[in-house]
Design a protein. Sequence first.
Length: 224
Amino acid sequence: MSRDTRVQSIRWGSSDSERAVVVLHGFGADADDLVPLGRTLDPSGRLDWHFVRAPLALQYGDVACGRAWFPDTAQEMMLAMQGSYFQNLAQLDPPGLQRSAQQVLEYIDRHDLVHRTLFVGGFSQGAMVALECVLQAAQPPAGLFLLSGGLIAAARTARQARAGTGCRFVQSHGTTDPILAYSSARALYDMLRDAGWRGDFIRFDGDHTVPDQVTGPLGVLLAG
């Protein structure tokens, strides 16, 4: 698999804002996928939004299929595209997860976002990378949002979550999610709470999506 050496982004809002939001899309999507969420949360564009593009290009035959954060090997990527890769994430700790998080942190440093009030979050696979960013960061962001994500690298994540200072977070997950099980998301929430992190869990009747009821808590998080 070929990995971009630098991640790029779509930027929107006010570059002069003291509040910056870094948003990471899910597997098979692209940087523009979550722009509508940003516009819903911040219709006047007062915040500095960074919708970051994953470094790995997905391709099925000659057809481009969006982007991914991990895995890095062709064999594992094929399993991911078939869906089976995501069934046992708690036992996996793919190098691509940490590599992608490091690239996002480099992006944050390159744009001098760490010196602002910074929020990091993502959807699905992007949520996993967002959490990994917080675990790796020398300074935690002001807030974290985890939308339809799941527990990956459970043993290491628990250890690093307990060792770090953590941050305020909002997490949401659908009870009928066919891609990342609700039980995986709930296990992640319980783990972070047991580690002393302060967070809210939004359970909704639905599948792998971002529901309307998450916009209120996200708005409160970004305003806090």
